[in-house]
Design a protein around this ligand. Structure first.
Ligand code: C2E
Ligand code: MG
Ligand code: MG
Length: 686
């Protein structure tokens, strides 16, 4: 045989010599494989309709036309597939005009009908036709897309079903054992050409032998489930996680709590659920915008996660509310440590919009099994405790107590009775002194409202002020307090204590009144008190609420000589640099920071920073809730000028206050020992 013969015989291209009517004269081995027939069989196919159609196409070819055209060919096994046919027409010495052709399968599984073929070309599922030995005879583009094997590699090769070689052998065995007409379907782990495993849902059908066909063959259709799995994973994520912060959501934490409950049931430990609500978050959203609010929530989420153990779960319940599951604690008290750690971590200033901002949160804690064995009740308990914490001020945590169940009822009673409290003369104003830290001299007093009701007893302003605010009664009550306090101070001035000022708390709603300044001017006029002896306490939240209008009000008050104090400072979100814009005279460092003196490093840093910054802005600092000599000593060292707290005096009725002023040398001044005076440097150096 000549080398020239070898060239044709061993060419990977399917080569055919055909008469213009389609009759095949000669074919090489590749062409025989493509059509699934021997040379002998090929010579005998003359007359079959597919060949005639191919012949029609062929007869339209002229001369040197080499362009590929699409033809439909029929495999010996009976299936039709489309192929590219390129050819050259020439004059043969014996056969006359014939064509030399190259055939290339377009590797589409087709039954010859255009629509069906287009469908197969475009479906998501891989579709292949297998011969009796589970070798691929035809495939659609999805097969290549999913498996990574292109048509040339795939055609004639065994189908790839299975992750390992053994699995593949098993799958092929499964295919081959199917009797004609039988089907099998199921999920199979497969592996792509690049090694990546993927799940597939596979359907295999063993075809019934067609007329004149005697070889069994199979249609395999399969779907790549990894896309579905990813989708399901996403759905699962959305169902269990908060998209903003990436924290768990309420659903997930409930599931986790249920698992943890079973676990602690077994080992006799405890669970704690914490309900956490950021203090004054609304002000951030309103003043700095939602984007900044979202950013803050993300920072908080990060800190919460860092504050708890790896197996504890932090969830965002929505808005600025978070739920934390401590999944195994030895004693309920351990939750207090975590709550303290959370508060400390939240207080570290963070930068939002180029401003240093402090955050605090109110936390309610409820424990399993002590507080309830039912998880929903436990969560509700934690929520109740959180509300209690909120009302005690900012940055607090409170453990649930059964009395809180009566809370809802109690609130209703407060609400009902509050309406008549003014006319029934149930309100009283108490006064708590401000004291010069250096000298112990009383510099002023703060008016603190008291409500004495026959049925309810003495109600804390922390309980009823929010209700009064909510129902709008605060305006009327506030006016009464203002008038009362100014009268009392005027009276004290007349008695010789004319260096004193009086501080009156203003609620947000009061501060928003458009005629606030006129009202105050009228009270000053009526009582004869000079504006410079009056101080109004507002919170940072109020300050930030509507900066523009606030500034106008503050300037008008300034014109009256009235001083403004920022109460509970450090618990809202206003940054120190923000203060520069406002004419503020006093700043009251919140009790929660003072509580940490001298033990909590974070609190010390914050208090020191606040004092230093305020001094640089010419704002005077008052420390709230000073209870110990050690606190006083520390404050004095760091130049905090003024203090208020039980160390000096409780809030007192007017008569008692006068007695205190008369004996003012009873107030603690320098000289006594504090808890830590044995080693004062440890306090002061900090
Ligand atoms: P505030 O203005 O921050 O007042 C300080 C609160 O801390 C007072 O609670 C005071 O009794 C308490 N306190 C002072 N020193 C200490 C201390 O050393 N230790 C402890 N544990 N507590 C101390 P109070 O009188 O229960 O008032 C609570 C809050 O109710 C006030 O917080 C203020 O925001 C509000 N409030 C009171 N009176 C009025 C009022 O007339 N109008 C308005 N709008 N709010 C008022
Ligand atoms: Mg106050
Ligand atoms: Mg305060």
């Amino acid at each position: 045989m000549s080398d020239f013969h070898y060239l044709a015989g061993h060419s990977p291209a399917a080569l055919v010599l055909a008469k213009m009517a389609g009759e095949i004269i000669e074919a090489n081995d590749s062409a025989c494989r493509l059509l699934g027939r021997t040379r002998q069989q090929l010579a005998e196919v003359a007359g079959e309709d597919w060949l005639q159609r191919a012949g029609d196409t062929l007869s339209r070819m002229t001369g040197d036309a080499c362009a590929a055209v699409e033809v439909m060919l029929r495999h010996h096994d009976g299936f039709v597939f489309s192929a590219q046919m390129a050819g050259h027409v020439f004059d043969h010495p014996v056969h006359g005009q014939i064509a030399s052709l190259v055939l290339r399968s377009s590797v589409t599984l087709a039954d010859g009908a255009g629509i069906a073929q287009a469908a197969l070309d475009h479906i998501e599922e891989a579709a292949v036709l297998l011969d009796a030995e589970a070798r691929i005879r035809a495939l659609n583009p999805a097969y290549s897309r999913i498996t990574g094997y292109d048509d040339v590699e795939a055609l004639g090769a065994p189908i790839q079903l299975g992750e390992t070689d053994e699995a593949q052998a098993f799958a092929r065995g499964l295919v081959e054992r199917l009797e004609p007409g039988q089907r099998w379907s199921g999920e199979v782990r497969c592996r792509r050409r690049d090694g990546e495993p993927y799940p597939a849902y596979v359907k295999i059908t063993a075809l019934l032998p067609g007329s004149g066909e005697d070889t069994a063959r199979f249609v395999v259709i399969f779907r790549d489930l990894s896309v579905k799995e990813a989708y399901e994973a996403r759905i699962d994520y959305l169902a269990h996680y908060d998209t903003l912060t990436g924290l768990a959501n309420r659903t997930l934490i409930e599931k986790r709590a249920e698992l943890a409950r079973i676990e602690v049931e077994r080992d006799g430990r405890h669970l704690a659920l914490m309900f956490l609500d950021l203090d004054g978050f609304k002000a951030v959203n309103d003043s700095l915008g939602h984007a900044v609010g979202d950013e803050l929530l993300c920072h908080v989420a990060e800190r919460l996660r860092a504050a708890v153990g790896a197996s504890d779960v932090v969830a965002r319940q929505g808005g600025d509310e978070f739920v934390i599951l401590l999944d195994s604690i030895a004693r309920p008290e351990d939750a207090a440590q975590v709550a303290t750690r959370i508060q400390e971590m939240l207080r570290v200033p963070l930068t939002l919009n180029d401003q240093a901002v402090f955050t605090t949160a109110s936390i309610g804690i409820s424990c399993y099994p002590d507080d309830s064995r039912d998880l929903h009740t436990l969560l509700r308990n934690a929520d109740l405790a959180m509300y209690r914490a909120k009302r005690q001020g900012h940055g607090r945590y409170v453990f649930y107590r059964p009395e809180m169940d009566a809370n809802a009822h109690w609130m209703l009673q407060l609400r009902n009775n509050l309406h008549r409290a003014l006319e029934r003369r149930e309100f009283h104003v108490y006064y708590q002194p401000f004291v010069d830290v250096d000298t112990g001299a009383v510099t002023g007093i703060e008016a603190l409202l008291r409500w004495q009701n026959a049925e309810l007893g003495m109600v804390s302003p922390a309980d009823f002020i929010p209700i009064a605010e909510e129902i709008g009664l605060i305006v009327e009550i506030g006016q009464w307090v203002l008038r009362e306090a100014c009268h009392e101070l005027q009276r004290l001035h007349e008695r010789g204590y004319d260096h004193l000022r009086v501080a009156v708390n203003l609620s947000a709603r009061q501060f928003r009144q458009t005629d606030l300044v006129e009202q105050i001017a009228a009270v000053l006029e009526e009582t004869g008190l000079a504006g410079r002896h009056l101080e109004l306490e507002i919170t940072e939240t109020v300050l930030m609420e509507q900066a523009g209008a606030t500034l106008d009000t503050l300037h008008a008050l300034q014109a009256l000589g009235v001083a403004v104090a920022l109460d509970d400072f450090g618990t809202g979100y206003s940054s120190l640099s923000y203060l520069r814009q406002f004419p503020i005279t006093y700043l009251k460092v919140d009790k929660s920071f003072v509580d940490g003196i001298p033990a909590e490093k974070g609190d010390l840093t914050i208090t020191r920073t606040i004092v230093a910054m305020a001094r640089s802005l010419d704002i005077r600092v008052t420390a709230e809730g000073v209870e110990t000599p050690a606190q006083r000593k520390w404050l004095r060292h760091w130049h905090c000028e003024e203090a208020q707290g039980y160390l000096y005096s409780l809030p007192l009725a007017a008569g008692d206050l006068e007695w205190l002023l008369y004996n003012h040398d009873l107030l603690p001044v320098d000289g006594e020992t504090g808890n830590l005076t044995d080693d004062p440097s440890s306090v002061l150096e900090e």
